[in-house]
Design a binder for this molecule. Sequence first.
Ligand code: SAM
Length: 339
Amino acid sequence: MTEPAREATLSLVDTFGRVATDLRVSLTDRCNLRCSYCMPAEGLDWIPGPELLTDDELGRLLEIAVCRLGVREVRFTGGEPLIRRGLVGIVARAAALTPRPKLSLTTNGIGLDRLAAPLADAGLDRVNVSLDTLDPEEFARITRRDRLPDVLRGLAAAEATGLRPVKVNAVLLRGVNDADPGRLLDWCLERGYELRFIEQMPLDPQHGWTRDQMITAAEILDRLSRSYELTPESSDLRGAAPAERWVVNGGPATVGIIASVTRPFCGDCDRVRLTADGQVRNCLFAREESDLRGPLRDGVDDAELALRWQIAVRGKRAGHGIDDPTFLQPSRPMSAIGG
Ligand code: SAM
């Protein structure tokens, strides 16, 4: 069999028939914000430098994922991916792969005013920017940093550079920033940003998440429906996307809700994750990881790395199991997994 034909037969399929084509790559576990639901004020025990994948190691794994294993979409995340030195080069390398994957970035937006143009030139297609509130005091309370103007500048630069659609991700916290979700929606609608609310998930470092404190999708919908006419988008359009979307006031704008807890979408999940230290995670909530960095540094060939990656995905569970009485939160918090 010729090499390309052999490559074309491989895919990241699990025992339930789901095929992972969307790779979330964490570029660092470090962040310049300290969002209360994501990272403690003092930060975390960062992954030691020698354990992080180098740019070349990451480039090789991306090539295996895209060229051998059928990954079609790569999302760079973290931690905060904009603080990874070499980010522009990593994006350029991913953009040069065949078939060219779709490339996006999830970021808090700090520094994006400077980096949007070089990233677009390198081949980045679009960005998701996290923004939980427009109120500077609430922002500082949530993130423990006074950086709202930086985020807003980053968002404007992304839009001006054509990294569209610009998506805005917001987590609502009870008693903190949940009073007026319509304000954020209005602001996004005015600018053509696509807003998505994310239910808070049990991925906080303090392991303090409780279901009754979480603002649910139903609550968000109820709140927004008082001010907007919301029409559910056809489920045919959703595919494997985590966000359910509603057309706002007749459209064309939409608002999304990522209801991982109350309306899980595991049956359609097409995602697989690679941590900054080279571990494959077949689910955000997985408690097991599969090491690719060790074998890579031991000198195994691409075919062996691809096989290990396939085995890692094959073991994916049917669902994340948050509702199971036996559910245990993963030991790594969101920032170290890659959101
Ligand atoms: N630093 C980047 C950012 O701010 O977007 C990327 C990493 S951050 C972990 C990715 C997303 O995860 C952000 O939108 C953040 O709000 C969200 N997030 C973090 N912890 C979460 C949690 N416990 N539940 C739900 N979303 C969470």
